[in-house]
Design a protein around this ligand. Structure first.
Ligand SMILES: [Zn+2]
Length: 143
């Protein structure tokens, strides 16, 4: 396996314009400690690593994308990331005292949460389109 760590991370412009080829998979392993309850959780994310020649003829560039599937025949790297901390976690979120319990929204699943985001974005765009433009008068500080 070619060591993809030597490749430069592609810029967003390069990701949009370069032609990438699949290179390998990389498993990020990370531990997060909850500062509220003290529990530690270890999880992992699998990425597909793609490489491309940079547009200016320089060193190859790479791009990591969340992997949809494990590729058993492909090269695989693993790395353990630095430990992280988080203010609350899935184990203790139900025990924290919110100032107003009605302000805590529990979504049934990720799809329900994403549907809410889409609906709010659509409502916001519609509201902005209907909002009348208020003419601004110069104030003394503008003069
Ligand atoms: Zn916790």
């Amino acid at each position: 396996m070619t060591n993809c760590e030597n490749y430069r991370v592609a810029s967003p412009q390069e990701v949009a314009s370069a032609t990438f080829s699949f290179h390998s998979q990389l498993l990020h392993i990370f531990t997060s400690t909850c500062t509220n309850c003290g529990q530690s959780h270890t999880a992992s994310n699998l990425y597909d690593i793609y490489i491309a020649r940079s547009g200016n003829g320089g060193n190859p560039i790479r791009n990591a994308r969340p992997a949809a599937n494990f590729r058993p025949g492909a090269a695989l790297g693993t790395t353990t990331l630095k430990p992280r901390s988080q203010p609350i976690c899935h184990l203790c979120v139900g025990t924290v005292n919110a100032p107003d319990p009605s302000h805590v929204t529990v979504f049934a699943d990720e799809d329900a949460w994403r549907d809410t985001l889409r609906r709010k974005a659509a409502d916001s765009a519609e509201s902005a389109a209907r909002k009348p433009r208020i003419p601004t008068q110069p104030s003394l500080s503008d003069l």
